[in-house]
Design a protein. Structure first.
Lengths: 234, 391
């Protein structure tokens, strides 16, 4: 199913219009995104591909409410993200978005289960959080590794913990930054399969940022970024 | 218990795990706080014990005062100090109290039997030492006119014994050899005549002198030295100020205050070590935050507010302070026990002031750690999560 460049689905969780992002490095202004349109519908799987420096990370930061556009509009459920205060953005991130990183970023002093619990540790609902974390770890196949510390887990297992962590707050959107980048092909495949499985079970949209075409093949839809602009996918 | 606490304050769980991670740095930072707490508490307790020890020298001088003449410029030498008339008026005003006139000639020298000069000796002329002092060895004669009586310290340091002949030379008065009839008991530094450092010569040897001061003492059982002091001043200071009478207990109070001030100063110097502790902790926390930039960035990304990150990092440094204080307090108290045993003779002779020093040291230790952690925490929490990712 092919979509036109800059396709924005109707029931988008988050969408952007004419989004420009500029960075200042020294006295030079770098234009990382040059006026793009995008939208992520609930439950869909989108791969953002492109060479390094194409603006993938910038787009991920905007989708993750970690940054706001220089001009244009990015809206979350219709609300303009640039108008959120920092505290509101932090709260929205917690409610709506899950993150998976290339280098896992597990906290080495916490067990697998504590790492999954971490985003909700301050919520004062320890029992519910523990149940949910256990359930998620079982679902990613680590039911027998709950009390293992990260250095007792393989790379693939760590990434599974990170995937479970991204789902602890029941997000509408999971952003995965090169989730298979530090894994071998076979383990990477397992993680991608896991995403597909969870997407169906948890009804969560997954945006995978990658420069690896093979990761893109697994997605419903591919957005190709080159030099800050979107290109037709063929 | 910690698990229950951790469930209630999840930040504590994170903080404890993180401190356990860099164990060596944590131990060093705690050690810095311990040193600070022990320095303040130990100096405070030690100083207090020293003060108690020194103040015990004032015991037995409760009813004693010194009367010093007030001399005016241009006054002829014949009117300086006290004359016999002044002493008589003092005695009248003093009622049942004893007034002992003293001649303290400047520039006097004492030469021992072996010919050495007793350098630190001072010479005082008084009527009858028995009024104030008891002999340690020898005997003070009832009709004392031709011999000398020597203070304990001077006798000890210059090997002067009863029966020795020593030469006392007073400029403008006499140079004579005297037999030592008695060595006095040690009196301590609070004695108004510094008896321990003194060679007492009979007043009769000075002919018709002017007195340099007088010692006033009320009978031990009855009498109020403050009232006597006031009476004497009232009687003599009629036309102008002629005499100043100061009870030894007032000197004790001044002395106590002086000691308190010195002790505070020393504890303040001890507190400087907490400054070093602060630097150590700030350094530890900056390094640790740098090392964990990625993790902390993830925490910010998954919805930890800035303040939660600040709280986490400050909890870590505060924990360093609490542990440091918990180790430092017993150490400081142990030092106090030893110093008390050595100086006061009772290991448990803690004073409220001394214990306050320990408490202040502990509180300062914790506060220092807490404050030292604020800057690194704030700096880290204010990094945008994006920057943290790309680290």
């Amino acid at each position: 199913m092919a979509h036109p460049v800059g396709y924005v689905p109707e029931d988008a969780v988050i969408e952007g219009h004419d989004v420009v992002k500029e960075y200042r490095t020294g006295d030079q202004v770098v234009r990382a995104l040059k006026g793009i349109d995008f939208g992520i519908a609930s439950g869909e799987s989108v791969a953002v591909v492109g060479p390094s420096g194409s603006g993938k990370s910038t787009l991920l930061n905007l989708l993750g409410l970690l940054d706001v556009p220089t001009s244009g509009s990015v809206t979350l459920y219709g609300e303009e993200t640039a108008e959120f205060s920092e505290a509101e953005r932090t709260q929205k991130r917690k409610e709506v978005i899950g993150f998976v990183f290339q280098s896992f970023f597990l906290i080495p002093t916490l067990t697998a289960r504590e790492n999954v619990e971490m985003p909700r540790l301050l919520d004062r609902t320890p029992k519910r959080t523990r149940e949910r974390a256990t359930e998620l770890l079982e679902r990613v196949g680590l039911g027998d590794r709950l009390d293992h510390y990260p250095d007792e887990l393989s790379g693939g297992q760590k990434q599974r913990v990170a995937v479970a962590r991204s789902l602890i707050n029941d997000p509408a959107l999971v952003l995965a930054d090169e989730p298979t980048g530090n894994l071998d092909r076979k383990t990477g495949d397992q993680i991608l399969d896991l995403f597909d499985e969870l997407r169906e079970m948890e009804d969560v949209a997954v945006v995978t940022v990658t420069h690896d075409d093979y990761v893109a093949d697994a997605a419903d839809r591919v957005v190709r970024l080159i030099d800050g602009t979107l290109r037709e996918e063929n | 218990m910690f698990d229950r606490l951790a469930a209630r304050f999840p930040v504590l769980l994170l903080a404890r795990r993180n401190l356990a991670r860099s164990r060596d740095l944590t131990i060093l930072a705690v050690l810095a706080v311990v040193i600070g707490v022990v320095a303040i508490g130990g100096i405070g307790l030690g100083g207090e014990a020293f003060k108690q020890d020194q103040l015990s020298a004032f015991e037995g001088f409760g009813g004693t005062a010194t009367a010093d003449p007030i001399d005016y410029e241009g006054e002829p030498a014949s009117e300086r100090g006290f004359g016999d008339g002044d002493i008589d008026r003092m005695r009248q005003a003093a009622g049942s109290a004893t007034v002992l006139p003293v001649v303290s000639p400047g520039g006097s020298t004492v030469q021992t039997a072996s010919g050495d000069i007793a350098v630190t000796a001072q010479v005082n002329g008084i009527e009858d030492p028995r009024a104030f002092y008891d002999a340690q060895t020898g005997e003070i004669p009832a009709n004392w006119r031709r011999s000398v009586v020597v203070g304990a310290r001077i006798a000890d340091t210059n090997d002067i014994a009863v029966g020795d002949r020593i030469t006392v030379s007073v400029p403008g008065a006499f140079t004579r050899a005297f037999t030592v009839d008695a060595i006095l008991e040690a009196q301590g530094f609070a004695d108004p005549l510094s008896a321990d450092q003194t060679v007492f010569v009979p007043l009769a040897q000075f002919g018709e002198p002017r007195y340099d001061s007088a010692v006033v003492r009320v009978p031990t059982t009855a009498g109020d030295i403050d009232a006597v002091a006031e009476n004497i001043e009232a009687a003599l200071n009629v036309r102008r100020q002629e005499v100043s009478v100061s009870p030894v207990q007032n000197q004790r109070a001044q002395f106590e205050q002086l000691f308190g001030t010195i002790n505070q100063f020393l504890a303040g110097v001890g507190a400087l070590s907490l400054l070093v502790a602060a630097v150590t902790i700030a350094n530890t926390q900056l390094m640790s935050a740098l090392e964990r930039e990625g993790e902390l960035g993830v925490m910010r990304a998954v919805g930890y507010p800035k303040l939660a990150v600040v709280r986490l990092l400050v909890a870590e440094s505060a924990a360093l302070g609490v542990v440091g204080a918990a180790v430092g307090i017993p150490l400081a108290l142990a030092i106090g026990l030893v110093v008390n045993a050595l100086l006061v003779g009772d290991p448990l002779a803690f004073t409220a002031t001394g214990l306050t020093y320990v408490a202040v040291g502990a509180v300062f230790g914790i506060l220092t750690a807490l404050v030292a952690g604020i800057y690194p925490a704030w700096r880290t929490a204010n990094k945008r999560p994006v920057e943290a990712f790309q680290a």
